[in-house]
Design a protein around this ligand. Structure first.
Ligand SMILES: [Fe+2]
Length: 461
């Protein structure tokens, strides 16, 4: 799997050039500002950052400072890419732990070689040792300092201070300390999500099973009896760190895959929305007088449903269902749909078939079975006098009752061949009078609320 490189640079040409060089060998993501770069870094697994030193919104040193201060990304490997560097800035970036400094314009071979070198640098694991006994601290440090970076502190309070700005890979923790014992410190770490995963090994002189039980129950990975041999300490630490890194890389892999799946899902959702909106405009194009009707009914239905307290999944189903509620009109001849005068009985009977035609078409969308319901029953009336089935009250599916109110509102607030749009007062009184007859009274109340809030009568667009 290719390593992932984030390039943060406000210069589009540099981004394009570096992407061209690195593509195929690495997974390259670009950010055109410091803020965007930090946001990507915090939400994705990144192996290396190529950072421009001088940018307009936030300079590279500020970005670097923020990276080092945020424990979730503070270990990120960074290479500076810049046209030139003021000496003090170069020194500061070295102090902030950059691995290399590449001057622009760069050669492709040089860039690739130095990225490869930076990626292959193995960082030593960092171990925080917390013990109030100075002799123990010194012994432990001596044993660990060659294979590991060791930080020694002599109290729980000092440990907490250190952990505010750093994330070690493992903590060795003395059980008995005067200001805060090891178990109390562990409990505090577990409350902080960014520290809760760090493996903790207890060091204890206690030799009883009760203490052992308490330590493991509190969430420690292991405990080591004092006095310990160098070999035991090194073996146990190395075994636990191996497990910890394995879990971390597995977690990163899962996060990356999840991110990829979410991205794919976003694309499918966009595609579905575009296909459904296109279908809706095909329906609306048949009817010259009600252009945009489906989209408006979908928007009113969405707002009604939002006021009814529906969750986001329900809201999106309602939106799509309303968008396609009139799809059955594709089966009604254009001359009937666009007829200027009154329809004959025969024409009206033909028009009344569109709900069932629509339901039959939409039944094929098995991924969203509810979508055919809106088309099927949006002309039912609350008192049972509607069509096609004469359903009454709550026999009519709720989604169809919502669309029915939205549909009527749009019909009254649109210009038709035979009349102009109605005044807002007239629309209000029609909805009011239709409560319990044509409309579900509760849904009609939400529509009235929307009308009353629409003081300038602009809701209908
Ligand atoms: Fe309809």
């Amino acid at each position: 799997m290719a390593e992932r490189i984030l390039m943060i640079d406000d210069d589009a040409i540099s981004r394009k050039l570096a992407t061209h060089i690195l593509e195929g060998k690495y997974d390259v993501i670009c950010a055109s500002s410091g803020a965007e770069g930090l946001q990507i870094l915090r939400s994705s697994a990144i192996d290396l950052v190529l950072l421009d030193l001088y940018m307009l919104d936030m300079n590279g040193l500020e970005v670097l400072q923020q990276i080092r201060e945020d424990v979730s990304i503070s270990d990120t490997k960074v290479i500076i890419l810049s046209f030139s560097g003021i000496r003090t800035d170069v020194i500061e970036s070295i102090r902030l732990g950059v691995l290399d400094f590449i001057r622009k314009p760069f050669l492709a071979s040089d860039l690739l070689e130095r990225i490869q070198a930076a990626l292959s640098i193995e960082r030593k694991d960092r171990i925080l040792v917390v013990d109030d006994d100075n002799i123990n601290l010194k012994i432990t440090e001596r044993i660990l300092r060659i294979p590991y970076d060791v930080i020694c502190v002599s109290s729980g309070t000092e440990a907490i201070e250190y952990l505010k700005e750093h994330t070690p890979d493992l903590i060795l923790l003395d059980l008995h300390m005067p200001d805060m014992n090891g178990l109390e410190l562990l409990a505090k770490l577990q409350c902080k999500s960014e520290l809760a995963d760090i493996p903790v090994i207890f060091l204890t002189a206690d030799n009883d099973q009760a203490a052992e039980g308490k330590i493991l129950q509190a969430g420690a990975m292991d405990y080591i009896q004092k006095p310990f041999s160098a070999e035991v300490l090194l073996r146990r630490i190395s075994r636990i760190l191996e497990l910890y890194h394995y879990q971390k890389s597995l977690q990163r892999e899962v996060e990356k895959k999840t991110e990829e799946l979410l991205e794919k899902n976003r694309k499918y959702v966009n595609l579905s929305t575009q296909v459904m909106t296109t279908l809706a405009s095909v329906i609306d194009a048949k009817d010259t007088y009600t252009n945009g009707h489906s989209l408006r009914v979908a928007q009113y239905s969405l707002e009604l449903a939002r006021r009814m307290g529906k969750n986001s999944q329900e809201l999106s189903e309602i939106y799509y269902t309303a968008l396609l509620h009139d799809i059955g009109k594709v089966g009604v001849p254009d001359e009937i749909i666009n007829k200027e005068g009154r329809l004959t009985d025969e024409e009206y009977q033909c028009m009344k078939k569109h709900p069932e035609i629509g339901a039959t078409i939409l039944e094929n969308i098995s991924e969203m079975p509810s979508i055919s319901v809106g088309a099927h029953w949006h002309h039912e009336r609350y008192d049972g006098s509607g069509y096609p089935d004469g359903l009454k009250g709550e026999q009519i599916p709720e989604i169809a009752r919502i669309i029915s109110v939205a549909d009527a509102y749009d019909a009254m607030t649109s210009n038709r061949s035979y009349r102009k749009l109605l005044s807002q007062d007239k629309v209000r009184s029609e909805i009011e009078c239709g409560k319990g007859i044509q409309f579900d009274p509760k849904i009609a109340d939400h529509m009235l609320e929307m009308i009353n809030e629409d003081r300038d009568y602009k809701l209908h667009g």
